[in-house]
Design a protein around this ligand. Sequence first.
Ligand code: AHM
Ligand code: MG
Length: 336
Amino acid sequence: SGQEPPSTDLITLTRHVLSDQLRLGSAATGDLTLLLNAIQLTSKFIATNVRKARLINLVGLAGETNVQGEEQKKLDVLSNDIMVNALRASGKTAVLVSEELEEAIVVEDLYKGKYCVVFDPLDGSSNIDAGVNIGTIFGIYRIRPDSDGTIDDVLRPGSEMVAAGYTMYGSSCNLVLSTGQGVNGYTLDAALGEFILTHPSITIPSRGKIYSFNEGNAMYFHPPVHAYLKSIKYPASGKPYSARYIGSMVADVHRTLLYGGIFGYPNDKKSKSGKLRLLYEAFPMAFLTEQAGGIATTGTQRILDIVPKDIHERCPVFLGSRDDVQELLKFYKDVP
Ligand code: AHM
Ligand code: MG
């Protein structure tokens, strides 16, 4: 009996990504590693602010100004500024797209690099005040070989992303990342200030027992979604599925990657294209899902095949365990 001694050989995110790059040999310049370092830093910075914000909210009923009399920035705006500043300063980016910014940022020549980052700096922000998990979602493209960095470098299918991931600010701070060779999860060790590899090679179970939809929208859902949900709630044999819906995409997808099942945000009679944003919500999560062995679809199309026309466009999302999503797809094929 007795416990294992603590590890003296920690695998940090940087070490892990570097060893990947070394394996890739000559093609790798280390630029992606440096960019991912900048992203890690923003996640740590946002994580501390998320923790502080709760305290400020608890004591800060006096209004929107802090003790210095400065206006308190909303956490999502603050997170956006943190990311824009760090990504620009990394010298590795050419184009930045944020949910918080109407227009894409084209990085000035002094700082210009060869990657484009699309991100939602703080997703699920309606959950902040309740202390529920929130997260940052990001996707990374390399600029096209002939480009100086324009909006066309990000109006490309998600399958062309070179990396994607999210950071979840929850009971622990977790960064989940894919550079196209599977999915790995890291947990922030606050004392070290490092993300440590804790979830190597995440693979979605081929079938789960959980469905994750906002069924409050059921009266707007289309027939295939109704029929599918009915089939898992009133199965001909076996147990019905459990419902879990946090309303924070990062948290709902994180659980789906680890436990399996299906997450869905369909288009419906009210939201013609659904709610979630293609570029910096659906694409990164679809990328991770596929890399973990799952499926991500709109119901009629593979999400990663969509060619975006607008940086802020929306798309329907169903993702998760292979068998579960395939079952949903049958309803899309068979139910008029
Ligand atoms: P946000 O970008 O305004 O935070 O909205 C995105 C969030 C996702 O995290 C989550 O999956 C979804 O909205 C929940 O929407 P709803 O409250 O309609 O169920
Ligand atoms: Mg969002």
